[in-house]
Design a protein around this ligand. Structure first.
Ligand code: IPD
Length: 280
């Protein structure tokens, strides 16, 4: 049996999906009900415009506390805390608020993202088993279990199959560092004239789920962290998207591209030609 099949067969992926959903909904309620009228920045991370709020920390603390009780042998990789080692070979990958800038400004597009992966906690090497993305403000909840398809609130999802790159609505995002953004702007100048339009909605997890349900045709972003893509990436691929990187690599911090073939291949070629995975 192939490694990935064995990892999937060895685990109750539906049970893991249901737990991911339960945890994301509970943290989502905390984020929603506890949002003050005026959110303060508690700290910054990769740059002065990469914020952390008290709620990012509180939401992640809650997720970690629940996992310590319910899955004491699993490892944890979360955006706002130290890695917790495990002994089971599974890692929970947590984004307590994906779309923190939207949360800060009260723009209604932010989510709690909870995924569980087998293997090394590295998107190019892990096998994502189950995940949930819960959009906090409107309650939309996307789930996926490996091999079991993707759903939004119980409805099965299927990606769009756009007729061409030119007819595609493309989601993307930008990093928090000025030099990275200058490079992303140069790439965008090549991409924008070749697609229907672009959307920058501010939560990579939600972008990938919108792709899964056909509200975006394609998606790419350079610089995603593992927690930005873990659950949303599984939702997208279980809905029929190809998910990968450029030049034969897997989806990773270097580049994440998603969408239905064959048009996503055209996007990947365009991004390769534009050196979207380089720093120049
Ligand atoms: C960010 C969002 C955003 C993406 C950034 C991410 P955060 O996550 O997903 O859409 O463009 O690359 O860092 O910081 O809000 O968890």
């Amino acid at each position: 049996m192939h490694d990935i099949e064995r990892q999937t067969a060895d685990h109750d992926v539906e049970g893991l999906r249901d737990l991911a959903r339960r945890l994301a909904l509970e943290a989502g309620a905390l984020v929603r009900d506890g949002r003050p009228d005026r959110v303060e920045v508690a700290a910054t991370k990769s740059s002065a415009v990469d914020p952390v709020t008290d709620m990012d920390r509180a939401s992640e603390a809650l997720l970690r506390e629940r996992l310590a009780t319910e899955r004491p042998h699993d490892a944890i990789l979360g955006e706002e805390g130290d890695d917790v080692p495990g002994t089971s070979g599974l890692t929970w990958v947590l984004d307590p608020i994906d779309g923190t800038v939207n949360y800060l400004y009260g723009v209604a597009s932010y989510a709690v993202s909870v995924a569980v992966v087998a293997g090394p906690p590295d998107p190019e090497r892990w096998t994502a088993l189950a995940g949930c993305v819960h959009s906090v403000v409107d309650g939309r909840t996307w789930t996926a279990a490996r091999g079991g398809g993707a759903e939004r609130d119980g409805l099965p999802l299927q990606v769009n199959r756009p007729a061409s790159l030119a007819a595609s609505l493309l989601g993307t995002g930008f990093g928090y560092e000025a030099a990275r953004r200058a490079q992303q702007a140069r790439v965008l100048a090549d991409v924008l004239p070749r697609v229907r339009d672009i959307r920058r909605l501010g939560s990579a997890a939600i972008d990938l789920c919108l792709l899964a349900e056909g509200r975006l045709d394609l998606y790419y972003e350079r610089g995603l962290n593992p927690w930005d893509m873990a659950a949303g990436g599984l939702v997208a691929s279980e809905a029929g998207a190809w998910l990968g990187g450029l030049r034969g690599r897997g989806a990773s911090r270097v580049m994440t591209v998603a969408g239905a073939r064959p048009v996503v291949d055209e996007l990947a070629r365009l991004l390769e030609d534009a050196d979207a995975d380089g720093d120049a």
